[in-house]
Ligand binder design. Structure first.
Ligand SMILES: [Fe+2]
Ligand SMILES: [Fe+2]
Length: 258
């Protein structure tokens, strides 16, 4: 659905984000999963997600939402506004309205990658968390089925996951179908054939259905802006709206099926 191709990395000279993107707080004060003021709700969200996200559950949610047949149609901006009704309990860095996080991420990207050539990257920043609308009462999904981290299911849980210990209470942890290195998959089967834990990222991927060419490099760049732009200073939503509306118009149809 996104019309423009990602620029081939070999031909694009990119600014180096680590040199130019300066978070307003020390990087190691972000992503505190040990003793932040939001620690209780964050660890509860991760415990629920890691114990309840099984291979069968993720597949059932893919069936439910993958066909985009909820009957809900709305524009990208409407979805962004709907996001302001929800709170992401898994996030230790942000308790500001979600639309501010979208715009902070997008604006942090735009600072380091200015210009029309990268407008698709600005828009990526703006839309990246729209899948969290699943927390709105119109969808009414629980926190553990929407936010927190994304990880492959159907194979062994990787120890690098935050709160890895919670996986020990997931039924798949002791299921020999799923707890080997490759589990239900063949080696090199391709990421698009791997079932990921169900959540806002997987849901929005289903809606936009972008193939992941050249993707890893850009995902890594993107992560930095997503994770470290959550300073407390609010962005001016009304001032930024025209620019992002113009990008939405360029890359998306007027309404999407959700
Ligand atoms: Fe996210
Ligand atoms: Fe985000």
């Amino acid at each position: 659905m996104i019309k423009s191709e990602l620029p081939p990395s070999a031909t694009v000279v990119v600014a180096h984000p680590t040199l130019q993107f300066e978070p307003t707080k020390e990087v190691d004060t972000f992503r505190n999963y040990e003793d932040s003021h939001l620690q209780d709700s964050v660890s509860r969200a991760y415990r629920n997600s890691h114990t309840k996200q099984t291979y069968e559950y993720a597949k059932s949610k893919l069936d439910q939402y993958g066909s985009l047949s909820t009957g809900i149609n709305m524009s990208v901006w409407e979805a962004a506004e709907l996001l302001n009704t929800i709170v992401d309990e898994s996030d230790p860095d942000s308790d500001i309205p979600q639309i501010n996080h979208l715009l902070q991420t997008a604006e942090a990207i735009r600072k380091v990658y200015p210009g029309e050539e990268y407008d698709w990257f600005h828009l990526t920043g703006f839309i990246h968390d729209l899948g969290k609308i699943l927390l709105n009462p119109r969808f009414n999904e629980p926190q553990w089925a929407v936010v927190g981290d994304t990880f492959p299911v159907g194979c062994r849980f990787d120890e690098s996951n935050i709160f890895y210990e919670y996986f020990k209470d997931n039924p798949d942890y002791n299921n020999s179908l799923y707890n080997t290195e490759c589990g239900v998959y063949e080696k090199h089967c391709g990421l698009e054939n791997v079932v990921m834990s169900w959540g806002h990222d997987e849901y929005f991927y289903q809606i936009t259905n972008e193939q992941d060419q050249e993707m890893l490099e850009w995902v890594k760049k993107f992560n930095m802006f997503d994770l470290y732009s959550k300073d407390a200073e609010p962005v001016n939503v009304e001032k930024l709206k025209p620019y992002y509306q113009s990008l939405i118009k360029k890359y998306f149809p007027d309404t999407l099926r959700w």
